[in-house]
Design a protein around this ligand. Structure first.
Ligand SMILES: [Zn+2]
Length: 159
């Protein structure tokens, strides 16, 4: 049972059992000037935050240090949402064909398409450029939606 009842309520090192001082990776609001940080406040963290015991340097999550089983890590992939106007008319006809044949990974929707960024196709060079760009920005999926707004970095087509 932890002796802490304020900032460190329920927290203790699972290895050496000390309860007095820890390093916790927090978010905060910082007053920042060009030459440095003047001050911070509103420090916050959640149960998945990284925490290190200042005695034995054992590290884990706040949940682990609170005796709570760690939350399962669920794999995730990022999806960017782009307007269908970034696809040319010719490629808009080709994409459903490439999706149906498996040449592109994804699916057709009434409002556009969901396309994986990993499999560019030579017959759709404009789409391939968008796939490559989005992949370089860390996106695995692109949801082309007719109601999404345009992004300046891509060409826009009127059709
Ligand atoms: Zn410790």
């Amino acid at each position: 049972m932890s002796k802490n009842h304020n900032c460190l309520e329920g927290i203790a090192c699972p290895k050496c059992k000390q309860e007095d001082v820890f390093s916790i990776v927090t978010t905060c609001k910082a007053l920042v000037h060009d030459d440095g940080i003047e001050g911070t406040n509103r420090h916050e963290w959640n149960s998945n935050a990284s925490i290190t015991c200042r005695e034995c340097m054992y590290s884990g999550t706040v949940a682990e240090f609170s005796g709570v089983p760690a939350a399962p890590v669920i794999p995730e992939e990022r999806m960017g949402v782009l307007s269908t106007a970034h696809v040319s008319y010719e490629e808009s006809l080709l994409i459903p064909v490439l999706l149906a044949s498996g040449a592109l990974i994804g699916m057709e929707r009434e409002e556009g398409w969901l396309v994986h960024t990993s499999k560019p196709h030579d017959d759709a060079p404009n789409l391939a450029y968008i796939q490559g760009y989005m992949q370089s920005k860390g996106f695995q999926w692109i949801l082309f939606d007719r109601d999404a707004s345009g992004v300046e970095v891509f060409s826009t087509f009127d059709w």
